[in-house]
Design a protein around this ligand. Structure first.
Ligand code: ZN
Ligand code: FE
Length: 255
């Protein structure tokens, strides 16, 4: 069973999550092979598996070099469009990595191929660029409705589930979230906490389903203040939850 999960920082704000079971490791979305290599060396780990959430280069760029050195099993979304994937996954696929079971969700929105990995055994969700702490992925390929449905697959998971997002976007997301929901006390407290963490250059992740349900405007499209401010932004009344999501996504893109 997986006993440790650690973040390897990469590029300007990516995290490559590394899962350990003894000296065996798996990495999630290795965009940068050299960052992974030095982490494996330093911690005396051998790479058994790579898991991929979507096709963007900052999540896949290291597959080729890592695969040729370690010959790991490489999991990722179906479709044959990501080079180096040898096990293609889709909704409800179940895989076992490092003696730990993972359930696959298809989560289109940020991209159409996006998938997420959830393990009940270790209470952990690897959500790629679908959910961020205080935010969600930009809609590069999918529709607001697809993102809405994808996020809804996460909100009902056990509250204590830890959420391993792949970018350090938390502080900027919370700055925006406070515009959408200025009266949310949990959000204000979390903003203070993350401000302090980032001031000392500490990671703000993982987050949890419990916390995100309380503070993330993209999961709170039915909350009165979120809805009202979305309506003010688009200058339209009676928005449905998915329209609220579309409005605040557009607002955030222009923030
Ligand atoms: Zn991406
Ligand atoms: Fe990314």
């Amino acid at each position: 069973m997986i006993s440790n999960i650690e973040a390897i920082p990469a590029f300007s704000d990516n995290y490559i999550w590394t899962l350990f079971n003894g000296n065996s490791a798996a990495v999630v979305d290795p965009g940068d092979a050299s960052a992974v290599e030095s982490f494996l060396n330093k911690n005396n780990l051998s790479l058994e598996s790579i898991i991929i959430t979507h096709h963007h280069f900052d999540h896949t760029g290291g597959i080729k070099d890592l695969a040729s050195k370690w010959k790991p099993k490489v999991y990722g979304p179906k479709g044959g469009h990501i080079k180096g994937i040898d096990s293609e996954l889709s909704e409800n696929s179940i895989i076992t990595i490092l003696d730990t079971e993972f359930h696959i969700f298809e989560t289109p929105g940020h991209t159409l191929d996006h998938i997420a990995y959830y393990s009940k055994d270790i209470g952990s969700l690897f959500c790629g660029d679908t959910l961020f702490s205080g935010g969600c992925g930009r809609l590069f390929e999918g529709t607001p409705l697809q993102m809405f449905d994808s996020l809804n697959k996460f909100t009902g998971l056990p509250e204590e589930t830890k959420v391993y997002c792949t970018h350090e976007y938390t502080l900027s997301n919370l700055t925006f979230a406070l515009e959408v929901e200025p009266n949310n006390v949990d959000l204000k407290n979390y903003f203070e906490k993350v401000t302090a963490l980032r001031a000392s250059n500490k990671i703000s992740l993982p987050t949890s389903i419990l916390l995100e349900n309380k503070i993330n405007p993209f999961l709170r499209t039915s909350v009165d203040q979120v809805k009202e401010n979305a309506e003010n932004y688009v200058k339209k009344k009676n928005l449905q939850p998915v329209e609220v999501l579309a409005a605040i996504r557009d607002w955030k893109d222009n923030f």
